[in-house]
Design a protein around this ligand. Structure first.
Ligand SMILES: *Cc1c(COP(=O)(O)O)cnc(C)c1O
Length: 352
């Protein structure tokens, strides 16, 4: 007789990921982009959700421009879409050119050196990043000359906004400078706006927009409230429920002391999963609609909850974690970006 298959190993922590919300967010951002096409930033493994799952769903909706940061990230999705639809934001070194040819994704050239490297490797379709004031990556106004870009086959000429999530004068300065710097440069398309930039209006849309955060439910600007839906929710299994007594300490360094006799639940989530220590004595979970505040310190693999309001809670139950991105950002002091990209690889990622 064949031995029975061992049961599949399920993780005690899971991300529930809402396919419809992801797709409707992309559609909403595409609509707000007006006549510009709408791409998708899927770097950092699709902001922690899983780049392959995200790319499959958005490609099926008609998205044709995917942005990653690293070549390895390009390779991981290169069987899912035509390779010229993948752009690598962080540029390339001479060593990368071999992989670049093999993968076929398009480099974003950020520096004189990268331009020379690309030309020396034989050139071909590329994108160019102009730095209009974020002063991070790209060709600055003082470096730009007509010879520099001569002979390049430029698809997307792009720049990146530094403060699109604020009503800052820097937005308009960058938009104007982008227009000035691009004058006379031969390219197929121009692109400036990230998620927040899309909401700044038509003048920021050019030919293509590049949202990331808001695809995944992030509220990059207040105007997105009601337009963008949450995509990610976190659930964790209860590993133990204990009845503690008044004055009992909880967790590392005893940062919580029970004010009275109370049930305390320990769940299978920790900072190694991206639920960082900022949620110590601060975050909250729910069971059956009842609030279970985080008490004590978040540790690597465990979080302790005050289960006073859920006397029925038992070992093996699942609780949901309060992870509404705006609220959790306020509670923890972490950005919505950090809350997403920190989600680790111990979760079962379940797309519904
Ligand atoms: C990450 C990134 C984006 C997406 O930004 P969001 O704020 O997440 O929408 C767009 N363009 C570039 C160059 C990026 O690095």
């Amino acid at each position: 007789m064949m031995p029975a298959e061992p049961p599949a190993l399920h993780a005690p922590v899971r991300l529930k990921l809402d396919s419809d919300a992801l797709v409707s967010n992309w559609r909403a951002l595409a609509k707000k982009s007006g006549s510009a096409l709408c791409g998708a930033a899927v770097k950092a493994d699709g902001y922690g959700l899983g780049a392959r799952a995200v790319v499959k769903r958005l490609a099926a909706e008609g998205c044709k421009d995917f942005f990653v940061a690293h070549w390895r990230e390009a390779e991981k999705i290169s069987d899912l879409v035509p390779s010229e639809q993948i752009s690598v934001l962080n540029g390339l070194t001479a060593v990368d050119t071999v992989a670049a040819r093999k993968i076929g994704a398009v480099p974003v050239l950020n520096t004189k050196e990268q331009i020379a490297t690309w030309k020396a490797a034989g050139g071909g379709r590329c994108h160019v990043m102009l730095d209009t004031g974020i002063n991070r990556l790209g060709i600055g106004p003082e470096q730009l000359s007509s010879e520099l870009l001569d002979g390049l086959d430029i698809d997307i000429l792009m720049s990146h906004l530094a403060s699109a999530d604020e009503d800052s004068e820097q937005n308009e300065r960058q938009r104007v400078l982008f227009g000035e710097m691009s004058a006379g440069i031969d390219c197929k398309r121009m692109s400036l706006a990230n998620s927040a930039g899309i909401m700044l209006g038509t003048g920021y849309h050019f030919d293509l927009t590049r949202p990331g955060l808001s695809l995944y439910g992030g509220i990059a600007r207040p105007e997105m409230e009601g337009v963008i839906s949450p995509v990610v929710s976190i659930e964790a299994r209860v590993l133990q429920v204990r009845s503690l007594q008044a004055n009992d300490p909880v967790g590392y360094n005893a940062t919580f002391e029970c004010p009275s006799d109370m049930p305390v639940a320990t769940i299978a989530l920790g900072y190694a999963d991206g639920y960082l220590r900022a949620f110590s004595n601060n975050g909250c979970a729910k069971f059956d609609g009842k609030a279970l505040p985080v008490i004590g310190r978040v540790s690597m693999d465990l979080v302790t909850l005050d289960a006073s309001l859920a006397p029925d809670l038992r070992e093996g139950d699942w609780v949901s974690i309060d992870y509404d991105l705006e609220g959790a950002s306020e509670t923890s002091g972490l950005s919505q970006y950090e809350l997403l990209t920190g989600l680790g690889d111990r979760f079962d990622r379940i797309w519904e």
